[in-house]
Design a protein around this ligand. Structure first.
Ligand SMILES: Cc1cc2nc3c(=O)[nH]c(=O)nc-3n(C[C@H](O)[C@H](O)[C@H](O)COP(=O)(O)O)c2cc1C
Length: 219
């Protein structure tokens, strides 16, 4: 009887193998710290193999205001505090980038923070820059798209745009902090929000705060 050579299922053998490809888009709404915390979490997450980062020109303007980071040069290093092998910064106007095509596999896209301008562009299918186009692709391919909108108060146009993207399959995930987890710093607030977003796209974080658990591991 012929011997059977054991075959190994790579996924089973290495359950933590990096396999996820994500898009992180940063637009010109206030809250640069949320984007920076998201980048840090994705950089550290062993399940994430590749992050396509797209930063709008207006987001750069907000970075300059909130972080005193100027320009696109070495942006990932400046935000992360170190170099990254997995985070790839793409040009906002490069509608020929891989994530602009549905043939390129992407597990989920997060826009954090998401300006009302980009929300409107996505809601109306404009696809006029790489962020709008990649989001459009996620919707047509029925992939996870999370729009972390930030504005207050809201006008009726913005509310209708949120309804439109929700009907098209996106999640509207407003940048709203929590306090029941007793955050000790602005970073804590941003981190907890990021953990909630990652849980929403099936990347639960081991250090995330869970309401009802006896241990508070968020600090
Ligand atoms: C410091 C600063 C803060 C801003 N905050 C917001 C905001 O919280 N929400 C929003 O929708 N727009 C905000 N804006 C306006 C957007 O940046 C502007 O509408 C821009 O055109 C959005 O472009 P984008 O969606 O391509 O990034 C802000 C602008 C600046 C300079």
């Amino acid at each position: 009887m012929a011997s059977i050579t054991p075959t190994h299922n790579t996924v089973e053998m290495t359950p933590n193998a990096a396999s996820k490809t994500l898009v992180l888009a940063v637009t010109g709404a206030s809250g640069s710290i949320f984007a920076a915390e998201m980048l840090r979490a994705l950089e550290e997450d062993q399940r994430v193999a590749r992050v396509h980062l797209v930063v709008s020109p207006s987001a750069l303007r907000v970075f300059a205001e909130e972080f005193r980071i100027v320009g696109r040069n070495a942006l990932v290093e400046k935000l992360l505090g170190r170099q990254s092998e997995k985070i790839l910064l793409l040009a906002h106007e490069d509608i020929g980038a891989p994530i602009a095509s549905g043939s390129y596999p992407v597990d989920a896209m997060v826009v954090l923070p998401c300006s009302m301008g980009t929300l409107a562009g996505i809601a109306h299918g404009l696809a006029g820059n790489l962020i709008e186009r990649a989001a459009d692709v996620c919707l047509k391919e029925r992939r996870r798209l999370v729009l972390c909108v930030r504005e207050t108060p809201l006008n009726l146009i913005q509310i209708r745009n949120m309804a439109a993207v929700t009907e098209a399959g996106a999640s509207v995930f407003p940048v709203i902090p929590t306090f029941y987890n007793h955050p000790q710093s602005v970073e804590d607030i941003a981190r907890n929000f990021v953990h909630r977003v990652l849980q929403h796209i099936s990347l639960p974080q081991p250090s995330a705060y869970t309401w009802g658990s006896t241990e508070d591991s968020s600090s």
